[in-house]
Design a protein around this ligand. Structure first.
Ligand code: ADP
Ligand code: MG
Length: 230
């Protein structure tokens, strides 16, 4: 499906929340590297998809009613074989049914387990006075506790993205820390520009949250994404 078709389908269904699968498809078309993610609606299908993707895999609940998937027991990482996938599938479904009995669960998203990297967050929010702004920060406690993030008004150019990665307090962590490999900062800047370009040419997007993005010394990958429509 094209980006317009994905957005129209959601609007037809009166949804403002896209699934992670839809969000990654759209961001992928905008040139942003995301983990390949495929929907399974049975356990058998989850195993078949896992074999195709290659182990280890991650399973996540797919439901527009559950946006914080881990809170619902809806994420199982590092699954190494079919048996583990089957068990994870059942655990995710039963845990999420318990957590949110009213939730409409469309199935489970199967994706490649990304190797660990420096955790980054990127996103877009709408500022009441400035309109869409893109955001960049380091993931985990740094963003949650210290709010160590930088913002720019859309549209941005490469030089703005360079400023954004330079402005955060924790910028030294991008250079590598305690055995963590350095981050491919130019790749992160390129992702920010692509995010801004996408937002600039696509009306009706209220919010984008890519959390986390794993950064490596060569490249970066989005492992979780959420898009909210206006
Ligand atoms: P939530 O909806 O709770 O934010 P996430 O999709 O972010 O769910 O998953 C929770 C955590 O699981 C992530 O912060 C990340 O550490 C890990 N994770 C998720 N997807 C992957 C993946 N494809 N590869 C490796 N780790 C992952
Ligand atoms: Mg997340």
């Amino acid at each position: 499906m094209t980006t317009a078709q994905i957005l129209n389908k959601a609007r037809d269904e009166k949804r403002t929340v896209l699934t992670e699968i839809e969000a990654k498809q759209i961001l992928g078309k905008a040139g942003i590297n995301c983990t390949p993610t495929v929907l399974a609606d049975t356990k058998e299908q989850a195993i078949a998809i896992s074999e195709q993707i290659g182990y280890p895999v991650v399973l996540k609940v797919s439901s527009v009613d559950i946006t914080h998937k881990s809170d619902a027991g809806g994420v199982k990482v590092n699954l190494k074989n079919g048996e583990a996938v089957a068990r994870a599938y059942d655990e995710i479904i039963s845990s999420c049914r318990n957590y949110a009995p009213e939730a409409n669960i469309e199935g489970v998203a199967v994706q490649k387990m990304a190797r660990p990297g420096t955790e980054i967050i990127m996103g877009m929010i709408k500022d009441p006075s400035f309109g869409p702004v893109v955001m960049f920060g380091l993931g985990g406690v740094l963003v949650e506790v210290l709010k160590d993030v930088s913002f720019r008004i859309v549209p941005i150019e490469k030089a703005d993205a360079e400023d954004m990665t330079r402005e955060i307090q924790g910028r030294k962590l991008l250079e590598g820390y305690r055995g963590q490999e350095p981050a491919d900062v130019p790749c992160l800047q390129d992702m920010l520009v692509k995010l801004s370009d996408f937002v600039d040419r696509t009306p009706g997007i209220e919010e984008i949250d890519m959390n986390p993005v794993f950064a490596y010394s060569d490249g970066a990958v989005v492992v979780d994404a959420r898009i909210i429509l206006s």
